[in-house]
Design a protein around this ligand. Structure first.
Ligand SMILES: Nc1ncnc2c1ncn2[C@@H]1O[C@H](COP(=O)(O)OP(=O)(O)O)[C@@H](O)[C@H]1O
Ligand SMILES: [Mg+2]
Length: 369
């Protein structure tokens, strides 16, 4: 257990990915929910170009308001992590001044989504700095971000994933692509291997549209995954890391219901058409289906070696088969997002969830574990 009676938490947000604004809005929620009597809070923003800066810790500054999308600006107070386990002080560098020692940070809460945040890169930096942090480590983050690697690990662990093919950068020949994809049947979903928010994803109903879909995915990632469409309900399940070596826990599942005007849960539906999407929580499922979804979610979390939190997204087919779509190691985490809502429905409200994640991270050792 940590010796400091009031651990210092670095809330880290913003970042280089397309989900910068969402991350700021999450930070607003977390900054509001953290109990300041129990934790010392340092807000650190990452600008869209990747600068770490001391940021305002006022939750209102980072909320999405009508006509204002929050963004981390370069405040010129640059934050520098320690570089080894022998010196744990975080420093602030300002032009024209000597480096200022901010002191030790007990735990970092990286509220970052997508590449350069959720994919193991920031986690690697924190490992090098020997600082504790909330959530998955380097390998689980990287595998969770890469839909190809994720499927290999899940299939290798006996977990249900749908049929797919991978198209590497040297596999763009149209005839070859068509030949590889045809056995999947139609429709197929064409995706960048490492992206999020449905960016670069298309549903293809006619093989003539395949080249354009592959090109659209390849704009986000040279590695493209093509999947057979799974017919089923979109069900999500929250997983929370186990304490004291215990197994992780699963929340009650939730369901994403998207209006027919969207052919799938696309980028527009996620961020610009709230009226077209219903997050139904808890999902209306038979108790045995709930148990199977929860079992698959926990086993998926364990197969990747996740820590802290993850949201496992599955399809439940008309004959109640559960197929894993993907895992998100830093799921949407505003108070209105599915992950916190599923935990609230399971008896753990947002401030308690934040507290539990920080406690889990403070309890875990740094280094190989
Ligand atoms: N194999 C599939 N079968 C049916 N629908 C799919 C399939 N893959 C993706 N989708 C649809 O596309 C959405 C986004 O795909 P997903 O793999 O979750 O990407 P992201 O990581 O961007 O969220 C899903 O929520 C679902 O609506
Ligand atoms: Mg998804």
């Amino acid at each position: 257990m940590n010796a400091n009676p009031r651990p210092r938490v670095m809330v880290l947000f913003g970042g280089r990915s397309g989900e910068h604004v969402i991350s700021c809005s999450t930070a607003s929620g977390v900054l509001r929910a953290i109990d300041r009597d129990r934790y010392d809070v340092v807000a650190v923003g990452i600008t869209p170009t990747g600068r770490w800066v001391l940021a305002d810790d006022d939750p209102d500054r980072w909320a999405i308001a009508p006509g204002r999308l929050p963004q981390v600006e370069d405040t010129a107070a640059h934050v520098l992590l320690p570089q080894g386990s022998d010196d744990r002080a975080v420093q602030v560098l300002e032009p024209g001044s000597a480096p200022r020692v901010l002191g030790e940070v007990d735990v970092v809460f990286p509220l970052l989504h997508g590449p350069f945040g959720e994919d193991g890169t920031v986690q690697g930096l924190l490992e090098l700095a020997d600082v504790r942090y909330v959530g998955a480590g380097v390998l689980a983050s990287a595998v969770g971000m890469d839909k190809h690697m994720m499927k290999l690990v899940l299939a290798g662990s006996g977990l249900p994933v749908g049929p797919y093919v991978v198209l590497h950068p040297d596999e763009r020949d149209e005839a070859l692509v068509r030949e590889r994809v045809a056995p999947l049947g139609l429709p197929v979903f064409v995706k960048p291997a490492r992206a999020g928010s449905s960016l670069g994803i298309s549903r293809v109903d006619d093989l003539a549209d395949l080249p354009a879909a592959v090109a659209a995915a390849a704009e986000h990632d040279p590695k493209v995954v093509v999947e057979a469409a799974i017919v089923g309900r979109e069900i999500e399940c929250g997983v929370l890391g186990g304490r004291d070596g215990g197994r992780p826990r699963a929340s009650l599942p939730g369901e994403i219901v998207v209006a027919d005007s969207h052919t799938f849960y696309d980028y527009e539906a996620k961020y610009f058409a709230e009226q077209d999407v219903r997050l139904s929580c808890p999902a209306d499922l038979a108790p045995d289906v709930v148990a199977r979804v929860q079992d698959v979610a926990v086993r998926t979390f364990e197969a990747l070696g996740c820590e802290g939190l993850a949201r496992v997204d599955v399809f439940v087919t008309p004959d109640d088969e559960v197929v894993v779509n993907e895992i998100n190691t830093m799921p949407g985490f505003t108070p209105y997002s599915m992950y916190p809502r599923m935990w609230a429905a399971s008896g753990l409200d947002y401030p308690a969830l934040v507290d539990e994640l920080l406690t889990l991270a403070l309890e875990r050792p740094t280094g190989l574990r």
